[in-house]
Design a protein around this ligand. Structure first.
Ligand code: ADP
Ligand code: MG
Length: 278
């Protein structure tokens, strides 16, 4: 996967001002919003992803069906090689399924041209990776604004303020990444993921390069983005205490969803990992 896939250059993207969509979602706790009443932010239906063929064939995804409901925080766990990143990449349009379908809202990703897929990713999906992937020559605020700059859009000032305040990077905005700690860099990356008010944010082991205290702060912030901003979030993690912050945790093994826990506790997650032999 190319690390800059989510933020490729703009192709004449019209500047759009949609104040209503730039307001933080209020009164949208997940428990007040039964999944049946609204489309999922993202869905995969009978997703298969096969690498190679014959003796070397790897079924990275082997019939995965999953909904990521709006305003919900889902964690994905499973042993190394179980297909977590592949599921995330296919659900987010960074990679394509071998068979089955992936939707963002009502849009089936396999039906889109490369250009439309790029635009959809830029406008509707936020990404946070383990390696923060900030551009070293840009300041923190320039990195945060990059997705909008590439699309010839301007950030909604109120929304930008809110993201900067809640990520706590306000006094670091003019610094370049090499002048920031790992935790600060990841906060900038998260602010960048949120700036376009995406319908879903995918985070693949975002605390993997952080110490546990800093990682905990980043995870708390992601939880707040769900609770306070109505953000839909999918978090891939190895860490039971990270997954315990989610509304639901899915367990992958050999490319299949083998279990799930709603409102998980860290203890319940540990027990399940032991049972699954992870
Ligand atoms: P996880 O994120 O859970 O560690 P991945 O989704 O990265 O797992 O990988 C799932 C399986 O697919 C693994 O067996 C991995 O080796 C394989 N795989 C992932 N990407 C590729 C690729 N580009 N080419 C071949 N095999 C791959
Ligand atoms: Mg992975």
């Amino acid at each position: 996967m190319s690390i800059d896939a989510p933020i490729q250059p703009a192709e004449n993207q019209p500047a759009e001002n949609q104040p209503a969509e730039n307001q933080p979602a209020e009164n949208q706790p997940a428990e007040n919003q039964p999944a049946e009443n609204q489309p999922a932010a993202a869905r995969v239906i009978d997703g298969h992803k096969v690498y190679g063929s014959g003796d070397t064939e790897i079924r990275a995804l082997d019939g995965v069906t999953v909904d990521f409901g709006q305003g919900r925080f889902t964690a994905i766990m499973g042993p190394s090689g179980s297909g977590k990143s592949t599921l995330m990449h296919c659900a987010a349009g960074l990679d394509n399924l071998t068979s089955g379908s992936a939707y963002i809202g009502d849009t089936e990703l396999g039906s889109l041209s490369d250009r439309d897929l790029t635009l959809l990713r830029r406008e509707q999906i936020g990404f946070v990776f383990q390696a923060f992937n900030l551009l070293p020559t840009l300041t923190a605020i320039e990195n945060v604004n990059l997705p909008l700059t590439l699309a010839n859009r301007k950030a909604d000032a109120g929304w930008l303020d809110q993201i900067i305040t809640s990520t706590g990077i306000g006094d670091r905005l003019d610094h370049r990444p090499n002048e920031l700690s790992g935790g600060q860099q990841q906060r900038v990356a998260i602010a960048r993921a949120l700036v376009s008010r995406p319908s879903i944010v995918f985070a693949d082991e975002p605390t993997g390069n952080l110490d546990s205290v800093t990682g905990g702060e980043v995870l708390d912030f992601l939880r707040e983005a769900v609770d306070d901003l109505g953000q839909t979030l999918v978090l891939v993690t190895h860490d039971a205490s990270a997954a315990a912050r989610a509304d639901r945790v899915l367990f992958l093994a050999d490319g299949q969803i083998v279990d799930q826990i709603d409102q998980p506790s860290a203890d319940a997650i540990f027990d399940r990992i032991k049972e699954l032999g992870g």
